[in-house]
Design a protein around this ligand. Structure first.
Ligand SMILES: Nc1ncnc2c1ncn2[C@@H]1O[C@H](COP(=O)(O)OP(=O)(O)OP(=O)(O)O)[C@@H](O)[C@H]1O
Ligand SMILES: [Mg+2]
Length: 485
């Protein structure tokens, strides 16, 4: 009999606990109990207070106050605060929560509980108010967590600011315009490409993503090695395979500004590079087009020094340099050596997988009865650039069948000619929807009339020209799509 009773109690106890918990939650009693527990906990510990005032003793803005403001208003516990304000964000659909005056918010860090008060002290005469955030921290936790906690606030708020900021596309002015307009002019960067919209091998895309993520997290690692925090990418492949679009996608992925260097407009590359800021992509497109052009020795060595990190280390770091070219064949291995180019990414003409990806984005079609036929044609060796296929799909987008048939016809009839259809543009040609405020000569962007503006020197040509006698080592000719050095 007592065995039955024990079993009955074992069954009853969890049921009662469950019902009790349910009632406590429903009536917010658990919330009240938690407040009491915190109150008791507060009474039995000694606390210290740290004030972060809005203005410093000279009446200037205290930058750390702004960081704390951003940090606090990003905390999930903000929703539990008694009073919060609601504002609309940049987009009309954005809603932003903000802690109300003199309200308290709790936070946890490394197992320690801290709280912040948004203190607002109204001034009696003349209106206005003094604002500050007051951090309350247990004395026993202070030594252990204060420094890392403040560092954490810095990192989180910097991250948030970075994500919120508007990206910019910088293009370099002609030397004659420098004194008036400065070396760079900028427009909002609104390139629509994302890594999701680029048709490329999925594994390769993931590798690039993780390479970029590793890079942005590796400040300490680079500094420990005594290296500038920079990474150089080479994107190579036929025209219209998505190299420029990929740069746009990288910038959007990283939230980096883009500096698109038109070497035909450069007189002093070093000063130009010194005026680039951190968290940026520095782009030099169509490097192979330079082969027959002439640049100064200085330009050459500055470029190589930048790739090596010498110039870069003087002007803030966290920069990614991206070179594009149609083929590596004519490039001197000196330029491509490890340390100068860290990652090589090959952009091939379309295969069946990329085709499916394009069909999905351009036509919204994942499967189609014509796919087996298209696959067969790709397997027979016919191919076209993604730009050419995208163009055909776009003009026929109202009828996916017609679009696929036109791709099939193009592949069958003229696979090779079609490769040149849909020639890609420079990044700056399509990066911003706003028209660039350029003078009439700006038409030359992408046209590359080098002879007009670039001083002559043989060294650059020597450097980029791959002499027949020094063919690239087989590693560089490797057919894999991403080679990391
Ligand atoms: N892999 C791809 N995925 C999605 N769209 C692509 C791809 N390749 C090209 N496109 C489309 O084709 C157009 C041209 O591409 P892009 O300018 O990026 O080519 P590119 O490789 O830079 O060419 P070029 O070497 O001539 O500069 C873009 O509008 C882009 O959307
Ligand atoms: Mg391009």
């Amino acid at each position: 009999m007592w065995v039955v009773n024990i079993f009955f109690l074992l069954f009853l106890a969890p049921c009662l606990l469950f019902v009790l918990r349910f009632i406590l939650y429903r009536t917010a009693l658990i919330f009240v109990l938690r407040i009491w527990a915190n109150w008791v906990d507060d009474r039995i510990h000694v606390h210290q207070y740290i004030k972060v005032a809005e203005l410093n003793e000279n009446g200037q803005d205290n930058q750390f106050y702004r960081k704390v403001f951003i940090y606090i208003n990003s905390l999930p516990s903000l929703e539990d605060s008694n009073f919060t304000n609601l504002f609309s964000g940049k987009k009309s659909t954005d809603i932003i929560l903000s802690l109300d005056d003199n309200q308290v918010i709790q936070d946890e860090f490394l197992g320690a509980r801290v709280s912040w008060v948004n203190e607002v002290e109204r001034l009696v005469n003349g209106g206005g108010c003094n604002r500050s955030f007051l951090l309350r921290i247990k004395k026993k936790d202070k030594r252990r967590i204060l420094r890392p906690y403040l560092q954490h606030i810095h990192t989180v708020s910097d991250d948030i600011e970075q994500r919120r900021r508007e990206l910019k596309l910088f293009i370099n002015n002609k030397p004659s315009e420098n004194p008036i307009n400065g070396r760079w002019r900028s427009v909002p960067f609104t390139h629509p490409a994302t890594l999701d919209t680029i048709a490329m091998d999925v594994d390769l895309k993931n590798k690039v993503k993780s390479d970029l993520e590793n890079f942005i997290k590796s400040q300490n690692y680079y500094h420990k090695l005594g290296r500038a925090w920079k990474r150089n990418y080479l994107l190579y492949g036929p025209s219209g395979t998505g190299k420029s679009s990929f740069i746009g996608a990288m910038a959007n992925y990283l939230n980096y500004d883009v500096y698109d260097i038109d070497l035909s407009r450069v007189s002093d590359l070093k000063l130009l590079l010194l005026q680039t800021t951190s968290k940026s992509l520095i782009v030099i497109e169509d490097v192979d087009r330079l082969i027959n052009e002439k640049l100064t020795t200085t330009t050459t060595s500055v470029l190589l020094n930048f790739m090596d990190g010498i110039v870069n280390s003087c002007c803030g770091d966290e920069k990614i340099m991206v070179f594009t070219m149609n083929s590596k064949e004519l490039i001197d291995p000196v330029m491509l050596r490890p340390g100068r180019i860290d990652v090589h990414i090959h952009f091939p003409l379309c295969d069946f997988n990329s085709f499916k990806c394009l069909a999905n984005s351009y036509l919204g079609v994942k499967e189609h009865k014509l796919f087996p036929q298209v696959e067969e044609i790709f397997h027979s060796g016919a191919t076209m650039s993604p730009a050419a296929i995208g163009e055909l799909m776009m003009v026929n987008r109202s009828s996916p069948s017609r679009a696929l048939k036109s791709v099939i016809t193009a592949l069958q009839s003229n696979g090779t000619d079609a490769k040149i259809v849909g020639k890609g543009k420079r990044l700056s040609d399509s990066a911003s929807s706003s028209p660039l405020p350029l003078p009439p000569q700006a038409e030359e962007i992408g046209g590359g009339n080098w002879k007009d503006s670039v001083p002559v020197a043989k060294e650059f040509r020597k450097l980029f020209l791959r002499l027949k006698s020094c063919k690239s080592p087989s590693l560089f000719d490797h057919d894999s799509e991403m080679i990391e050095r």
